[in-house]
Every structure is written in structure tokens, then in C-alpha cells.
Design a protein around this ligand. Sequence first.
Ligand code: ADP
Ligand code: MG
Length: 277
Amino acid sequence: MSKSAEYVRSTVAMPARAALREPVIETRGLRKEFDGFVAVAGVDLRFSGTGVFGIIGPNGAGKTTFFNLLSSFLKPSAGTVLFHDQEISRLNPEAVSRLGIVRSFQISSIFGHMTVAENLLLPMQRRVTSGCEFWRRSHGLEAHRQAIHDIMDQVGIASTWRDQQASALPYGLKRSLELGISLATRPQVLLLDEPTAGMSSQDIGRIIDLIRSIAEERMVIMVEHNLRVVSDLARQIIVLQQGRVLTVGTYDEVHSDPRVIEAYLGGKRGIGGHGHA
Ligand code: ADP
Ligand code: MG
């Protein structure tokens, strides 16, 4: 590996200003094989600070597998994931989410037969009952009225939806609720796998604003196909190809990189042209 590539890899996601900051998440030699097929082939990355980190790459590059390793939904074949220097790759996903790394699920995390407020209450109760606050008196809807209101407000769901069945929400608002459910656990790191998948461009604009505000005080790592979203939001972009880190940089740096263009399109056209990877 060339010296400059070595430098990029070892300082990934760390702008010069934050270079001395401890990484929040670090992967070392992270590798995942499925029946001998290598999906993630030894990834060394460090993520520090707050803001959005985008993971892009062609289909089959290993993005989702990498993601599942970060949240411990998959166990690595080799290597480790560290969270504040603590090894988490052998913990179960529930334990990892209690530590503060929360994966925003797809719409399947919503209980359609429950109200919007009840859907937000569940993770709040889980949070509360896992600590000593369990012994405080009420932890029902009333006790969390303000917190539920605040999250609905933050993710842009009008209060008139509060006691409606979640299944009645339009698609875009279901995605917002799904984000709200994740936020209700107060994550330090939020993992999003294609948060804009299937959304109208109007909804995408709204979700971009929402993710930006969420990322002001925490780290967001997201896999995203839509390059408009990545270019708008991501501080740093990690390009994966065949299970390896091809390059890391700002949108401007990676989107004009000939290796990235080649990886996506065999060099036929630029990756930004149609807004999709
Ligand atoms: P991406 O999200 O970048 O499209 P994935 O991480 O989903 O890529 O997949 C990377 C590679 O690993 C693909 O070739 C895929 O077929 C393979 N793969 C992913 N999950 C499994 C699995 N559970 N079993 C076998 N192969 C898998
Ligand atoms: Mg994927």
C-alpha cells in the first residue's frame, strides 16, 4: 500500500482538528466470511466526534455486512470492533444497543397496531427499566408525555397523530417514526442503512434536514445509495469495494477519484451524474 493510502486509512473520519481525539468506534482487521466467501476483507477504520459518516460502494461491496458487524448483528470471522476502546464484537446486539450504538431498523421496527405514542414509549421504558430509575413510580404514557411530544416534534410528526394507530401513517412518516423510535433510546451512535430508500424527493429533503439535526450531537454512520443525500450530509465518505476500503474522504475528494468512478461504473461516467450510486 502506498504511503498516502496508509495515511488515509489510519486517519479515516478524523479531520486534522480532531486528530488527537479518541475514536468512538474503531474496527481492526474486521473480516466476515460466508461459507468461504469473503464479504468484508479486513477493514481498519476509526470514527471520532459527531456528524455524519457515509458508507458507499457498488452493490455487493460489503456495506450491509460491515454495518451488521458494527451493531454486532453479525459476529466477525476475524478482527474486532471497539467502542471507546471496549471490544463489543462478541456482545449480543441488545447489549451493544444498551451501550449506545443503535441501529435504526426498517419499518419492521414499528408496531402498526399500537399508537404512535405507544411506539415511542416502548424504547423509553426499556431505557428506564434497565437502570435504577425503574423504581420511580409511573413510567407510562403520562410520565413520558413531554418526551414523546419532543421526539414527535423533532422528527416532524404532527401531534394529531399521537393517539392514531402507527399503521395509518403515510410511508414517509413511518420512516420518521422509525427514526424517532431509535432516538428514544438516546443513542450515542446511530446506524442508518439506506434511510431514504423508497422515499419521494420531498420526503428525502425532510429526512436530510432531520438527520443533519440528529447528527449535531451524535455520530451517525449511514449506508446510502443516494449520493445527493451523502453529498449533503456526510463529513467523511468511506468507499467500500469487494469488502475493502477503497478510499476515504469528503464528497468532493471521492466523487472525482478515478478509482471510485471505475469501481462504480467501469469508468463510463461520473458517480454523481444521476444522483444514485
Ligand atoms: P452491499 O450491502 O454492499 O450491497 P452486502 O454486505 O449485502 O453488500 O454483501 C456483500 C457480499 O456478501 C455479497 O456478495 C453478498 O452476496 C454476500 N453476502 C451477504 N450476506 C450473506 C449471507 N448471509 N450469506 C452468504 N453471502 C452473503
Ligand atoms: Mg446493502
